[in-house]
Design a protein around this ligand. Structure first.
Ligand SMILES: [Mg+2]
Length: 376
C-alpha cells in the first residue's frame, strides 16, 4: 500500500476560491478560525477570491462586511453570481449600452452597469435580456415585468438556482424559487445560469485572480463542491455551514469533496491518504471496518469509537481522518450497489439508518460542538 505522507489541501495550490456564507461568516457573524486562517494565506503567497451565489449585495458592500470582521478584502476580491451573469448577458448581446431588465437586489443592476449595460425595471423599456438574481425586496411587480419581457423571446440569464436560503431556525425561498415562479408563468426556463455549481462563476473567479491551480472551499455539496468537480478544481468541504455528516455520506459522486475538515483550519491540516480494500478503510490512525450489512460499520484499532468520544471527536485531525475513512467506506459500498438499502432513490431510509450508527452520531457530535462554540 502507498504510505504517502499527509498532504495539505494547499499543496501545489496558488489560489483559493472561498464561499462566503457558512464558510467565512454566518449572517453577520464571523465563523471561528476563519479570519486567522484567511490571513495566513498571504504569507504563503496564495491568492484568495470570495465567490458567492448571492446576487443581492454589491461587491463593495460584501468587502466592507469582510473588513468589519477583520479580513483584508478589496472590492475586486469579491466575485458574485450577478457579475458572472452580467458577463454572460454581455457575451450574448455584444458590447454596448443595451437595456437589460434587472430582477433582484442592488447587486444585479450594479453588475450590469459594470459591464456597460443599462439596468431597467419595466418591460416597456424594451430590454434586450433579463438578468434574474436574488433581492430581499423583490416584488411581484418586478417578477411580472420580467415575465412580460420574457414573452417577447429575449434571452434570460439566472444568477443562480438555489431554491432556498438558510435562515436562523429554517429556510426561506431563494433565487431558484423565484426563477421557477417566473418559469411556471411564462412556460420557459432560463437560457443560462451563472452561479455554482455551473461553470461561469468559477471561470470568472479564476480569471479575476489569475489562478493556475486553485482550491474551491465551501459548505454546500450541491453548489460549492459540485462546482469544483465540474471545473476540475479540487475541493475542501468545511462543516461550518449547512452540511451534516449524513449529507456527506449520501453525496452522489459529483458532489464528493477531496478534503473534509471541521473549519477553515483544514486548509493547513495534513490529510493522510485513505486506503481501503472494500471491507476495511484506513486513514491516519483511524480504521473503519464494514461487514455484510451497513449496520456492521464500525471504527476499529487506535481510532476506535471509544477513542473518538468526548473532546476527541472535535480534534480536527482525528475528526477528518474518521470522517474521510467512513465516507470512503460508505461511498464504495454505495457505488458497488451490493447492499439493497444503499440503492439509489432510498436516500431518506439510508440517511436515517446511518444517523443511528454510533460512529456517525459521534462525528456529528464533533460538528455540533464546533458549531456551538462558534455561536458562543
Ligand atoms: Mg455557503
Amino acid at each position: 500500500m502507498n504510505q504517502a505522507v499527509a498532504t495539505t489541501p494547499l499543496s501545489g495550490i496558488d489560489s483559493v476560491l472561498l464561499d462566503l456564507d457558512g464558510v467565512v461568516y454566518l449572517g453577520e457573524h464571523p465563523i471561528a478560525h476563519a479570519c486567522e486562517s484567511i490571513a495566513q494565506l498571504e504569507s504563503l503567497g496564495v491568492a484568495a477570491a470570495f465567490v458567492t451565489n448571492n446576487a443581492a449585495r454589491t461587491p463593495d458592500r460584501v468587502a466592507e462586511h469582510l473588513r468589519s470582521l477583520g479580513i483584508q478584502a478589496v472590492d475586486a476580491d469579491i466575485v458574485t453570481s450577478a457579475q458572472a451573469g452580467a458577463r454572460l448577458v454581455r457575451e450574448m448581446l455584444g458590447e454596448g449600452p443595451h437595456p437589460v431588465l434587472a430582477v433582484g437586489g442592488p447587486g444585479v443592476a450594479a453588475a450590469l452597469r459594470e459591464r456597460g449595460m443599462v439596468a431597467v425595471d419595466r418591460a416597456e423599456d424594451g430590454p434586450r435580456a433579463v438578468l434574474q438574481g436574488f433581492g430581499f425586496d423583490l416584488t411581484w411587480t418586478l417578477l411580472a415585468e420580467a415575465s412580460l419581457a420574457l414573452a417577447t423571446g429575449i434571452p434570460w440569464v439566472a444568477t443562480n438556482e438555489d431554491v432556498s436560503i438558510p435562515l436562523r431556525g429554517g429556510r426561506a425561498p431563494g433565487n431558484g424559487a423565484f426563477v421557477q415562479a417566473v418559469s411556471l408563468a411564462v412556460g420557459r426556463t432560463p437560457d443560462l445560469v451563472a452561479g455554482k455549481p455551473h461553470r461561469p462563476l468559477i471561470d470568472e473567479s479564476l480569471e479575476r485572480i489569475g489562478a493556475r491551480r486553485a482550491l474551491m472551499i465551501g459548505d454546500r455539496l450541491d453548489t460549492d463542491i459540485e462546482a469544483g468537480n465540474n471545473t476540475d478544481v479540487p475541493t475542501l468541504l468545511v462543516m461550518t455551514g449547512v452540511t451534516d455528516v449524513v449529507d456527506v455520506l449520501l453525496a452522489p459522486p459529483q458532489q464528493r469533496p477531496d478534503f473534509i475538515s471541521l473549519d477553515l483550519r483544514g486548509m493547513y491540516q495534513g490529510f493522510p491518504p485513505v486506503v481501503g480494500d472494500g471491507t476495511q478503510w484506513n486513514c491516519g490512525a483511524v480504521s473503519v471496518e464494514v461487514g455484510d450489512q451497513l449496520t456492521d460499520l464500525r471504527f476499529t484499532g487506535a481510532g476506535s469509537y471509544e477513542g473518538l468520544e468526548g473532546a476527541e471527536a472535535a480534534d480536527p485531525d482525528v475528526w477528518s481522518a474518521a470522517m474521510r475513512s467512513l465516507a470512503a467506506a460508505v461511498w464504495h459500498r454505495r457505488d458497488d450497489g451490493g447492499d439493497e438499502v444503499m440503492a439509489e432513490g432510498r436516500d431518506r431510509e439510508l440517511g436515517s439508518r446511518l444517523s443511528l450508527l454510533p460512529e456517525v452520531a459521534t462525528l456529528q457530535a464533533g460538528v455540533d460542538r464546533m458549531r456551538h462554540s462558534t455561536e458562543g
